[in-house]
Design a protein around this ligand. Sequence first.
Ligand code: PLP
Length: 461
Amino acid sequence: MNHDDLRDWSKQAADWIHDYHEGLRERPVRSQTRPGDTRAQLAGQAPEQPESMEVIFEDFARIVPDAMTHWQHPRFFAYFPGNASPASMLAEQLANAMAAQAMLWQTSPAATEMEEVMVSWLRDALGLDPHFTGTLHDSATTATLSAILTMREKALNWLGNSQGLQGQPTLRLYASEHVHSSIDKDVRIAGIGQESLVKIPTDAGHAMDMKALDAAIRADREAGHLPAGIILCVGGTGIGACDRIADGVAVARVHGLPTHVDAAWAGSAMICPEYRHLWEGIDGADSIVFNPHKWLGVQFDCSVQFLADPAPQVRTLGLRPEYLKTLGKSSSMTDFNEWTVPLGRRFRALKIWFTLRAYGLEGLRQRIRNHVAWAEELAETLATLPGVQIVTHPQLSLFSFALDSGDAATEALLKRINDDGRVYLTQTRHDGRLVIRVQVGQFDCTREDVMCVHEVVKELL
Ligand code: PLP
C-alpha cells in the first residue's frame, strides 16, 4: 500500500466511519461476543506475502465491529464516557498523518506551541487562576504518576532519583477511599509502596475527613515517617465523591505539603460556572488533572495536567542528554518531554483546538448541562419503580441504584440489562453494597437515549 492507495482507502474508510456512526443505535452497546471468538477468526501467523487491502478491509468489517463494545454509542452509560466528537476525530486523523514526535520544541514547533495555548484556553475555560500552566499526558494515571514522583522527590530533597529509595525514610501520601485505583497503581510504580498510601476516612458527604487527615500526618511525623503529599478528588469514579479542596489545601499548607487534585471526569463540568463550587479553593492546588477525553469530547487519549509551578516536575522528570539538546535553544522553546514520563509524545493539542473551535465553549456547556439535567430526571423516574432504590443521588451526571432485594438480585438485573444491549451500565460497591452506576455523558446522546434506561430497567425488573 502506498500513499495513493491511502488516499483512496481513506475515502472508503470515511464512508465506513459515517455509516458506522449512523448505525450505532441499532447495535448492542456492550459487545455480545464470546471470549475467544475474535482470536478464532485471526490467522495464527503473520503473512509472509502482502495481502490486498480489499481483503484486509473486508476482514476488518466482518470481524471487528461486532466484537467491540461501542464507546461512542449514544446509550453508553457505563464507567465514564470516552467521547470522540467528530471534530476531534478529524483532527486526530490529521495528527496521525504527520505522525510527529512532539518531544522537543524543534521536533514539533506547532504541536508544542499549540499545547501551551490549549492548556491556557482550558485553564481559562475552567475558571482557574492565570498562574497555572501545564502539559498534556496520555492519561490521568500518567499525569498523577508525574505529580506523585514530584512529591516523592521534593520530600526526599531530590535524592530519590539519584540514590534510590533504599535507606530513605518511609514516605507517606494521603488520599480518601474514593480516589481512583490509578492512585494506588502510581504509588506502586513510584516505589513508595501501596501501604504508604494512607486512606483517610470520609464524612457523611463522602469527602475526606480533614481532622483525620491532619491527625494522620501528625502521627506519621511522630513515628518518623516522611509525609510527601495529599491527593484530593473531585468526582471520584465510584459515586462522584468530592473532597473539600479549600480545606485540603489548608491542611497541606499547615504541614508544608503539595496537593494534587484528580478531577479526571468532573473537571470537564467546570466549564460551567455553576458547578465550580464542587472544587472551591482549587486555585491553591499544586497540580490538577482532568481528562478532556472523558466528558469534553476530545478523542482518547488526552489528559491535561495543570501545574502551579512546573519547575519541580521538570526537575523530577527532565533529562537532557546531548542527543536531545537543541542547539541555539531559546527560553521560548519548551521541550515538553521534560514535563512528562515518556520521551515520545503525540500531537494531542490539535484535537483540543478542533473540538473547542468546532463546538465552542457554549456548545460544550449546553451538552454538559443537558447531561446533568437528564441524569436527575432519570434518577427520579427510576426511583418510582417498585423495589428500585437510588443509593447515591446525582453528583453532576452520575448516580447509582440497587434493588431492595439485595446484591444477587442487583447483579442479576445488571446482567439482564447488558445482555439486552439497548443500554450499557456497570457496577461499583458502595458502603459494602453492590450498586449499578449510571453516568450520562455521551457526546451525541439525547434525552430519549437517557430515558431508555428507565424503559429497559422497568421491562427487565
Ligand atoms: N481518575 C478518575 C477519577 C477516573 O475516573 C479515572 C478513570 O476512569 C482515572 C483517574 C484514570 O484515568 P486514565 O484512564 O486517564 O488513566
